[in-house]
Design a protein around this ligand. Structure first.
Ligand SMILES: Nc1ncnc2c1ncn2[C@@H]1O[C@H](COP(=O)(O)OP(=O)(O)OP(=O)(O)O)[C@@H](O)[C@H]1O
Ligand SMILES: [Mg+2]
Length: 245
């Protein structure tokens, strides 16, 4: 059964689509799967459909399957029942008007990623989304600092980390840095896995691989919250059951 990862923040332009596309891309690229059966599905629930436009430009090079679902409530309410993928990454609307869509997909989530830009103007809208819709969903969630430009110095980053800590919000260690490559990627029809093999591109891509490690390695050990089965016997027990004496 797939793990459903929802990327949510009702403030517009904080990087939800950027994070969804590139995280889905690195996970799909790493996990492999056949061309006709990738192991990752990307879903856009945003009526503005910017992920659809991006995915269309990438075309056959897109390493994950993609569905635009904002007007398909029958799919949105049943994401966790989709069986043929390992991971589903869901982009959500950056507006207060589409809150019912957001609530519907959060009810399907195994975990939630809340992108936050390291600038004070972003703090209150994020806090509002977290307290109104993310926390009430009752699933693990973490804040992800996105779009930090190291050339601006550490000040904004430290201030944002301080705010997040004061709020007691869980957060990712990984920070997604600002790169022009990311800003241009949608228009150019590429994801991080198609970036050129130069130093800057490697650094830009590395942030998403680090994020993927944190997301996939999170504490529930890969067992979907909604799988009602017993947890698998641990590898440690399997090893020791074969040892005599
Ligand atoms: N780490 C980054 N580096 C460079 N540009 C970025 C980064 N993250 C986001 N951007 C740019 O910021 C803009 C907003 O990002 P994006 O569209 O992903 O946000 P969003 O939260 O999905 O917006 P909306 O709420 O409108 O759907 C885009 O132009 C995107 O390319
Ligand atoms: Mg978006």
């Amino acid at each position: 059964m797939a793990r459903v990862h929802v990327i949510a923040n009702q403030k517009g332009g904080v990087g939800k689509t950027t994070v969804t596309v590139n995280l889905a891309a690195v996970v799909a690229d790493t996990l492999g799967g056949s061309t006709d059966q990738p192991r990752v599905l990307g879903v856009s629930t945003d009526p503005q459909a910017s992920m659809l436009e991006w995915a269309t430009r990438v075309g056959d090079a897109l390493p994950f399957d993609f569905e635009q679902c904002h007007d398909r409530p029958e799919v949105l309410g049943k994401l966790r029942g989709i069986k043929q993928y390992d991971h589903i990454f869901v982009d959500t609307p950056g507006s207060l008007e589409d809150e019912s869509i957001l609530r519907t997909v959060l009810a399907q989530a195994d975990d939630v990623i809340v992108p936050l830009e390291p600038e004070p103007m972003s703090f209150s809208p994020a806090a509002r989304s977290i307290s109104r819709v993310v926390e009430p969903a009752g699933v693990p969630w973490r804040v992800l600092l996105n779009n930090w430009d190291p050339r601006d110095g550490e000040g904004d980053l430290q201030q944002t980390r301080g705010f997040v800590a004061a709020k007691g919000w869980p957060s990712f260690n990984t920070v997604i840095r600002h790169y022009k490559l990311h800003t241009r990627a949608s228009a150019e029809g590429v994801t991080v896995v198609q970036y050129a093999k130069n130093r800057v591109a490697l650094e830009a891509r590395q942030d998403f691989f680090k994020l993927a490690l944190e997301v996939l390695g999170s504490s529930n050990g890969g067992t979907p919250r909604h799988s009602n089965g017993r947890p698998k016997e641990s590898a440690v027990n399997a090893v020791y059951s074969g040892v005599e004496g």
